[in-house]
Write a protein that binds this ligand. Structure first.
Ligand SMILES: Cc1ncc(COP(=O)(O)O)c(C=O)c1O
Length: 456
């Protein structure tokens, strides 16, 4: 092991290390001026569904390390796959080369893809998978002679990543992404209602009428905007960063019909929903929808290394074929495209879906969350308790006003939950759990009991 450049490097003394953090690190989604009050948590390791903090606390990773981890941290088969691959071929460019880990991954995943999605383009994370899909859709439209399709459609309240193209199709009221308005793609946004059938209290009597109205609004949106759209992008069934908004599969199926009727490509962003999070392998399955393009990342590698895929149909792929001089090729790529180590771990993660009862574990988590979450329903500080797949969510409210509590309440909750062995990270007024699929249901019941004590 190399000697540490830090004067102190015992596991329990973080004084010097934190000075380096303050001097040089710039953390994501963080107001750095608050770091004196809310310093980052030093972490030493992770095992299964737990994070091991430097101060000795073992806390449940209840949000799967930003919705990435599937099978638990340090799964021996995934660690072994990485080690084997790193010793054999660490990295090589994917233009002009191909390699076994990439092909293993594609062969394993292709049979699980929705019908018609046959071509996969590699990149590095969810945002780049989305950028690729947007560029592919636009270029395919141009190359099939549809030159006026210079806008995109998206759901209000959506989130597709933080690169500029992805921000352009995300909800501009999320955090402060509205700042970048002058730099963004042209996008029209469609409102969809949340699905009341996921609420613990169930749907209200007027839901069928509201669903019918939402369907009519969707088709009216396409009448107005359809001819100018290259593609419509949506997170199927769950809008994650927009506040765990669970929306109806029926409307996703209508979206497919409307895109077909108006010559618009449908992009399913399954970066968060993919790999079992909503109760099926992909969320698209619950709506019976096969999109034209699909974005995958996060759980693709079991949540261990950065990697993403944008899947496309043969129809789209065909628009990129021709003589080099025609300029039809998709001229996009990243240095680490199809990194062999990431591909090997992704392939091993997919194999685990066959070797272990991963989807049955997801079903058990769903049941445990539904049962346990109901215990919080009486709290005046939580509203709209809902569960879809392995995601349980609720709205934090200030009982005095009935509105969202101040932001500090979320930060306090995070700190107090840590003392009870639970890592949670509310997004605005949305409190949620989205645990790794390996989490024992008993640990979730315990976690919800802790939350109940905090809200008592
Ligand atoms: C639905 C969705 N799409 C895209 C992204 C962006 O992924 P990444 O953070 O890997 O760039 C996210 C991230 O949370 C996401 O939830």
């Amino acid at each position: 092991m190399l000697p540490s450049p830090l004067p102190s490097h015992s596991d329990d003394d973080w004084t010097e290390r934190l000075k380096v953090d303050r001097a040089h690190a710039w953390h994501p989604f963080t107001q750095e001026a608050e770091l004196a009050a809310w310093p980052p948590l030093p972490i030493l390791g992770a095992e299964g569904c737990d994070l091991l903090l430097a101060d000795g606390r073992r806390v449940l990773d209840s949000i799967s390390s930003w919705w990435t981890n599937l099978h638990g941290h340090g799964h021996p088969k995934l660690v072994a796959a990485m080690e084997r691959q790193a010793a054999k071929l660490d990295h090589v460019m994917f233009a002009g080369f191909t390699h076994e880990p990439a092909l293993d991954l594609l062969a394993r995943l292709a049979p699980r893809m929705p019908k018609g999605l046959t071509r996969a383009f590699f990149s590095d994370d969810g945002s780049t998978a989305v950028e690729v899909a947007l560029k592919m859709a636009f270029q395919a439209q141009l190359q099939r002679g549809e030159k006026g399709r210079v806008r995109f459609g998206a759901l209000a309240g959506g989130y597709h990543g933080d690169t500029l193209g992805a921000v352009g199709v995300g909800e501009l009221d999320n955090w402060s992404t509205g700042l970048f308005r002058p730099l963004l793609l042209a996008c029209d946004r469609l409102e969809v209602p949340e699905d009341p059938r996921c609420l613990l209290g169930g749907a209200d009597a007027d839901w069928p009428a509201r669903l019918e109205q939402a369907t009519a609004d969707l088709h009216a949106f396409f009448e107005a905007h359809g001819p100018r759209l290259a593609a419509f992008i949506a997170e199927p069934l769950v809008q994650g960063a927009g506040g765990m908004r669970f929306w109806p599969p029926e409307l996703f199926a209508e979206l497919r019909k409307a895109c077909d009727a108006h010559g618009v490509y449908l992009i399913a962003d399954e970066v968060m929903t993919g790999f079992g999070r909503t109760g099926t392998f992909f969320a698209c399955e619950q709506a019976g929808v096969a999109p034209d393009l699909m974005c995958l990342s996060k759980g693709l590698t079991g949540g261990i290394l950065p990697l993403s895929l944008t899947w496309a149909t043969e129809e789209i792929y065909g628009h990129f074929l021709g003589a080099w001089e025609e300029g039809k090729a998709f001229l996009h790529g990243h240095s680490f495209t199809a990194n062999p180590i990431a591909c090997a771990v992704a392939s091993a993660s997919l194999a685990l879906f066959d070797e272990e009862p991963v989807m049955a574990r997801a079903a058990a988590i769903h049941e445990a969350l539904k049962e346990a979450w109901a215990d919080l329903a009486a709290s005046p500080r939580l509203k709209d308790l809902r569960v879809r797949g392995v995601i349980a969510a609720a709205r934090l409210v200030d009982p005095a006003t009935g509105t969202a509590p101040p932001r500090k309440a979320g930060l306090d909750l995070r700190a107090r939950a840590l003392d009870k062995g639970l890592f949670v990270r509310p997004m605005g007024d949305c409190l949620y759990l989205l645990p790794p699929l390996c989490t024992p249901p008993a640990r979730l019941r315990e976690a919800v009991t802790y939350l109940g004590e905090l809200f008592a």
